[in-house]
Design a protein around this ligand. Structure first.
Ligand SMILES: [Ca+2]
Length: 355
């Protein structure tokens, strides 16, 4: 008798655990062997995943803040956070970004190659009216816009297949090195999801939470994305026009200067003399005369200040460039010199074609 009662109790418990509310973020596939006690830990996550994020005190505090600060429906947030658990691959990937560990000559092969160039030319032809409009409105060269979209997502082909809510939550609460940053992005994502009626957890992106053809983080999506085709919605997945306008607006906002050099190759007479000046900071530091006094020569004719960039262009070879403010503006998109140089090299290869 006692056994039968227990069995019925278990059945009821499993039934309540696996009943998923109609607006749940993710379906819960199974109840894990140890799920019951965890699920019973609070009243509000009976339908939640085992080890779900809402069991964590800091997440409960975060939910409270978001609900208060933005008048956000707390039940929606509780359901969302209790439906997801840590995605460890996100942390692993964040610790092994190719920008950090791959030498430039290897890194750039992924982006500056025949297929990426040909696809870029085709993308530019399909979208030339929007590119001309963006170039005119924001002063950003069309080839940089195309190259940036090409490097980010292969012109919108690879925009990420991970639900960004789980990724951002994992990084916000289990990646202490940048936890505060990702908490702000998670907050922005929640606001965007409400504003755009996406439904929390229904938006896919990169493992670090970047969105759409241009891989904007949520805060940039809110701040700088633009409805460039004027259809009343900002859609960075399906509208190349919106993607083009948004990239141009982003670069302009971060200091892009029209009709300026991007980078010029440089000859360095004494590498030791400039070793503390190369790859230094994120701003141009000297004009061409000051660089020449240090034994750094280029074909630059303007008097703009430039920074000195050094990258490995072969296993036993490094090359130098003088880089303008525009180069550092591309670094505002992704703070990697290898990334910025790849975008610029791809743009230079595209630029030889007429728009
Ligand atoms: Ca639009």
């Amino acid at each position: 008798m006692k056994k039968v009662t227990l069995w019925i109790m278990c059945l009821c418990l499993v039934a309540s655990c696996s009943s998923t509310p109609s607006d749940a973020v993710h379906e819960v596939d199974t109840v894990s062997p140890n799920g019951e006690s965890e699920v019973m830990a609070t009243d509000e996550n009976r339908s939640g995943a085992p080890n779900n994020y809402y069991l964590r005190q800091e997440v409960q505090a975060f939910v409270e803040v978001i609900a208060q600060k933005h008048d956000y429906d707390k039940n929606t947030l509780v359901r969302a956070f209790s439906s997801i658990q840590q995605r460890p691959q996100v942390i692993k990937k964040s610790n092994n970004q190719p920008e950090v560990i791959t030498p430039y000559f290897e890194y750039k092969k992924r982006f500056v190659n025949d297929s990426r160039i040909n696809e870029g030319i085709a993308f530019a032809q399909r979208n030339k009216e929007w590119l001309k409009k963006a170039q005119q409105q924001y002063g950003v060269d069309w080839s940089i816009i195309v190259a940036l979209i090409g490097v980010e997502t292969a012109y919108g082909r690879i925009t990420g297949s991970r639900d960004v809510f789980t990724s951002l939550t994992t990084l916000a609460f289990d990646y202490p090195r940048r936890g505060k940053y990702f908490q702000r992005e998670l907050e922005a994502y929640l606001l965007l999801a409400r504003q755009e009626s996406w439904g929390i957890g229904n938006t896919n992106g990169s493992y670090s939470g970047a969105l759409g053809m241009v891989q904007f983080m949520p805060s940039n999506y809110i701040k700088l994305a633009v409805d460039f085709d004027g259809n009343g919605h900002i859609d960075l997945w399906e509208s190349p026009a919106d993607a083009i306008g948004s990239v141009a607006r982003y670069l302009r906002f971060h200091g892009w200067e029209a009709n300026k050099n991007w980078v010029v190759s440089a000859d360095v007479m004494d590498t030791k003399k400039v070793s503390s000046l190369s790859n230094k900071g994120r701003k141009p530091i000297y004009d061409r005369h000051e660089w020449a006094n240090l034994g750094v020569y280029s074909k630059l004719s303007s008097n703009d200040k430039m920074g000195l960039i050094k990258l490995r262009t072969a296993p036993t070879q490094v090359s130098y460039w003088l880089a303008s403010e525009n180069f550092f503006t591309v670094m505002d998109y992704n703070p990697s010199r290898r990334y910025a140089m790849s975008v610029i090299e791809l743009a230079n290869r595209l630029k030889v074609n007429e728009l």
